[in-house]
Design a protein around this ligand. Structure first.
Ligand SMILES: Nc1ncnc2c1ncn2[C@@H]1O[C@H](COP(=O)(O)OP(=O)(O)OP(=O)(O)O)[C@@H](O)[C@H]1O
Length: 470
């Protein structure tokens, strides 16, 4: 710490402060993240290990790591200073004036490259949001902040429960399913949507409304002037079932939008073209040794493969001894219904309307069909009242922050991109989705739902425990 001069405090996040610092020996400015370490011994080792490891990702679109050290109960991570700040600040500066398509596509393609890099190393970001994506003075996008979230997730003694950031969290997380590579894709979809509209796709005034919208994948369509490829991409990134979302590899190589993204990506950065039926071959292209090393470093946590094929190229390190082959899990064919079942019973929802009305809307452009009053799915699970009752008891700090549950705080749900908070709850049975049925053909990316974290964190359990303690 002594070798740095603190120039100023840039800001405060959920886990500590961000300081602008300068080494005493030179003039280059760096950001120093100061993270309060958990008091309990147990989590410290893995907190340090994970933060350092994940901060060491080297890629032009990932915030560069300089060093990390501990001092006085804090973990310090020194990283590249992105002088243009984060994307959320940048969007606010627009004062409602939309970004040009080429700016959106350039930034998004760089985000994809950063995400591709970490996914290739079998690492998940878990907290992708516009606040964690930065811009340099050269206009380059840098993904940041994945070290601290992971570090704190594994810090068992920490008196907070890490979930992610509610506004960016995918349906499977609400349903207590493991985080997987497609969960990062959902969050990336939220950021892309924000860049396109300067609004968040799932704005809400209450937990119930937010979760309902996320779990239904219900969002206001993108403006019609945007290329149809972006409409198509957003639609697929917001598929409620992770198996139907494209992987980062698919987005960059074979997705319809890749043609547009390629204009902003140099040849050597592009993933090599592969035929779709080769998930094993694709896995082989990942640097297996690095993936295993990363998993080993992650405190013996393993990263499981989750797909429909047997993957012989990446094994859970703990299974390597016995030479067992990790069998990929199957995603259920239907989206997970647990949360929706709960919400269906909540007071914002009245009885279902099963009629489907289709009508053309001249303002939405040719070929758009407005789907209204879509048939409600029939859920066959028992209603898990638990989630809703927990949420009712648990006030939350701002839902745009990395979510930590503070039992005594009672801040309202607030969306920073919202101009004003309208009560925009979706009326029962009405989907605000405009579908160009000819062009937006659904497809499955089941084959590239590649991996999930085995260190599944049951946040509902944690929440329940915390509530009991108070
Ligand atoms: N590498 C960086 N370069 C420039 N600014 C940064 C950098 N890292 C963080 N910041 C800024 O520092 C402030 C605090 O960031 P921090 O990551 O600690 O929390 P946060 O992202 O605001 O919140 P949360 O912890 O909920 O994600 C933010 O305004 C962020 O834009």
């Amino acid at each position: 710490m002594d070798q740095y001069t603190v120039l100023k405090v840039i800001g405060e996040g959920s886990f500590g402060r961000a300081l602008l610092v300068q080494p005493k020996r030179d003039k280059v400015k760096w950001v120093m993240k100061e993270i309060r370490l958990p008091k309990a011994e147990g989590g410290i080792d893995s907190a340090r290990r994970e933060a350092v490891l994940l901060s060491r990702m080297k890629h032009p679109n990932i915030v560069a790591f300089r060093e990390s050290f501990e001092d006085d109960g804090h973990l310090y991570i020194v990283m590249e200073f992105c002088s243009e700040g984060d994307l959320l600040q940048r969007m606010k500066q627009q004062n409602g004036s939309l970004f040009r398509d080429d700016v959106i596509l350039r930034w998004f393609s760089q985000m994809c490259l950063g995400t591709k890099h970490i996914h290739e190393k079998r690492v998940l970001h878990r907290d992708l949001k516009s606040k964690n994506i930065f811009l340099t003075d050269h206009g380059t996008i840098k993904l940041g902040d994945f070290g601290s979230a992971c570090a704190l997730n594994s810090a068992k003694g920490y008196a907070q429960t890490y979930v992610g950031t509610p506004y960016y969290v995918s349906p499977e997380i609400w349903d207590n399913q493991p985080y997987n590579n497609k969960s990062d894709i959902w969050s990336l979809g939220c950021v892309l949507y924000e860049l396109c509209t300067l609004r968040h796709p799932f704005e809400a005034r209450s937990w119930k409304s937010l979760i309902l919208k996320v779990c239904r994948g219900t969002y206001t369509p993108l403006p019609s002037h945007l290329p149809y490829e972006l409409h198509y991409l957003i639609k697929h990134m917001f598929k409620t079932n992770p198996r139907d979302r494209p992987s980062i590899h698919t987005i960059l190589s074979s997705h319809r939008v890749s043609r547009l993204l390629h204009k902003h990506i140099s040849e050597e950065e592009l993933p090599k073209k592969e035929s779709k039926e080769l998930p094993e071959k694709r896995v082989n292209q990942w640097k297996k040794e690095e993936g295993e090393k990363v998993a080993m470093f992650l405190g013996q946590k393993s990263l499981l493969n989750t797909s429909t094929v047997k993957d012989t190229s990446f094994r859970n390190p703990s299974e390597n001894q016995g030479g067992n082959v990790a069998t990929r899990k199957r995603w259920p064919k239907e989206p997970s219904n647990t949360v929706l079942q709960v919400l269906r019973n909540a007071d914002i929802i009245s009885s279902g309307d099963t009629a489907t009305t289709q009508g053309s809307d001249s303002t939405k452009g040719e070929g758009f069909i407005e789907m209204q009053k879509r048939e409600r799915r029939q859920w066959d699970k028992d209603p898990p009242e638990r989630l809703l009752s927990l949420l009712e008891k648990a006030p939350l700090s701002t839902a745009f922050n990395t979510y930590t549950i503070h039992v005594n705080s009672a801040e309202a749900l607030f969306c920073p991109l919202a101009v004003e908070q309208n009560d925009d709850d979706v009326p029962d049975g009405v989907e605000e989705v405009h579908i160009d049925q000819n062009r937006l053909e659904p497809r499955s990316d089941d084959e590239d739902t590649d991996f999930e974290e085995d260190c599944h964190f049951d946040w509902q359990d944690e929440l329940e425990k915390m509530l009991k303690e108070h």
